[in-house]
Ligand binder design. Structure first.
Ligand code: EPU
Length: 426
């Protein structure tokens, strides 16, 4: 596997605010689509090629996990080659699972391929407890024996059969885990109340290439898999959250940015809100969008919802915009119970945000002022970087390893757009 340098724990960003973003930026492939599609390679014994994969810590960890299981992996220029024929192991490395929650996605394909899987239980994380009860309930309904022992989930199944299962709530990786497992089951299955996020659909589209048949009717998914599926070649969809983050950056700094490699359809809820608060988004065709500020920033009321609603992964970035809008705004977080840790860091920069339960009340201020702030999770980090771009003076953003989990070359891309931002390694 080829490597480039990602952050160490002590890296931090120094941002001198006040420069509007101008120019073009190419949006990377979607992290949250790449991960399940890379896990799908476990199902096959033939070569798989996945392109438009962002070079991120979470992707590297997934590749490491595949290698530890026995796959041969080669990663270069955003293209991953996986030869999964050597996978003999069905137990995943605890250290990787602990560093990346998405590795629970190994359960479905390992159980599908080997009839067994031993996967370390992920811990809670800074945005909430993030239980996996729905994943486990699905595997039990599918006929698997599931035991939790010494921090590991042990799964085994004797005979793979079609399943009829309804999720109690909409879960993205829960739906993906079920899809990954059922892709190896030849009888037809029905899943109800599935997640419809574009990343889930991208996984289904990749699996179609190996002969998995599926049909969606609202939140009902019929799926019929294949024992020992073929290898596949797939190009991952653009990252709608990275795109949304740059869109907010353009409006926030009163600049003008052309985003390339974007799927507008995946961003409708974000674009509606951006236009409501004073931004403008124009389609230039060919996956390009021009984004700029049209009017003075206005306040708004935002509620996060499952797709196609407003994404929880864009809530922190909008909080920065609303902090500078004239008037009072409200953000209600309906997906995760603890996803407002950026609020107190934004307050350190001069914002006026009060959090009560799952609701943040934001009183617009005239200006933000540079200070030292700490990242608490991936999207919180992005919001602090955005705030630094408009804050007067210098902002230091610490603990940016969170950022490297999910944004490819963020500071380089921002610098190319005219931002004054640099990474310092202590
Ligand atoms: N939930 C349960 N039980 C379960 C599964 C989920 O109670 O078995 C709850 C969660 O605790 C949460 C809600 O259901 O309150 C939704 O969680 P979901 O399972 O949909 O989230 P996820 O699959 O763990 C993915 C993304 C997140 C994104 C969410 C919501 C990946 C790898 N992660 O997480 O991305 O915020 O869906 O869209 O796809 C990020 O990229 O920064 C990120 C956190």
């Amino acid at each position: 596997m080829t490597t480039t340098t990602l952050s160490t724990y002590s890296d931090y960003l120094v941002i001198r605010g006040g420069k509007p973003l101008h120019g073009k930026v190419k949006i990377s492939g979607a992290k949250n689509a790449s991960l399940p599609i890379l896990f799908a390679t476990i199902l096959s014994t033939r070569d798989c090629v996945v392109s438009n994969v962002p070079d991120l810590l979470d992707v590297r960890n997934t590749l490491k996990l595949l290698e530890n299981l026995g796959a041969k992996v080669f990663f270069s220029e955003n293209r991953v080659f996986v030869d999964p024929s050597g996978i003999k192991e069905y137990k995943t490395d605890e250290r990787i699972i602990r560093s990346m929650r998405a590795s629970v996605l190994s359960m479905g394909p390992l159980l599908g391929r080997f009839g067994k899987a031993v996967v370390a239980l992920p811990g809670g994380c800074s945005i909430g407890a993030r239980p996996i009860d729905q994943h486990i309930k699905f595997f039990r309904t599918a006929g698997a024996k599931v035991e939790i022992k010494n921090g590991y989930v042990h799964l085994s199944i004797k005979k793979k059969r079609g399943v009829h299962f309804r999720f109690d709530l909409v879960t993205v990786t829960g739906t993906e885990n079920a899809i990954l497992y059922l892709s190896s089951v030849e009888e037809e299955s029905l899943l109800e109340n599935v997640a419809l996020e574009p990343e889930v659909i991208d996984l289904l589209n990749a699996l179609k290439k190996v002969g998995v048949e599926w049909e969606l009717d609202g939140r009902r998914l019929k799926i019929k898999g294949r024992e020992n599926p073929e290898g596949f070649t797939h190009s991952v969809i653009p990252d709608r959250i990275e795109a949304g983050t740059f869109m907010v950056g353009a409006v926030l700094t009163d600049g003008e940015v052309v985003l390339e490699n974007v799927c507008r359809e995946h961003l409708e809820a974000v674009i509606r809100k951006l236009e409501e608060v004073g931004g403008s988004v124009q389609s230039l065709g060919n996956g390009k969008l021009k984004v700029f500020r049209k009017e003075k920033l206005r306040p708004s009321v935002i509620e996060t919802e499952v797709y196609p609603g407003f994404p929880t992964d864009m809530q922190a970035q909008f909080m920065v915009l609303l902090s500078l809008a004239e008037g009072e705004s409200v953000i209600k977080e309906n997906i995760f119970e603890n996803r407002f840790q950026h609020a107190q860091e934004l307050n350190r920069l001069g914002a006026n945000i009060t959090v009560r339960g799952n609701t943040a009340y934001i009183k617009g201020v005239e200006k933000l002022y540079g200070a030292e702030v700490y990242s608490t999770d991936l999207r919180a980090s992005a919001s602090l970087v955005l705030a630094g771009l408009v804050a007067e003076g210098t902002t230091f953003v610490r603990d940016i390893y969170h950022l490297d989990r999910g944004y490819e070359r963020l500071e380089e891309k921002l610098r190319e757009l005219g931002a004054e931002i640099e990474r310092v390694t202590d």
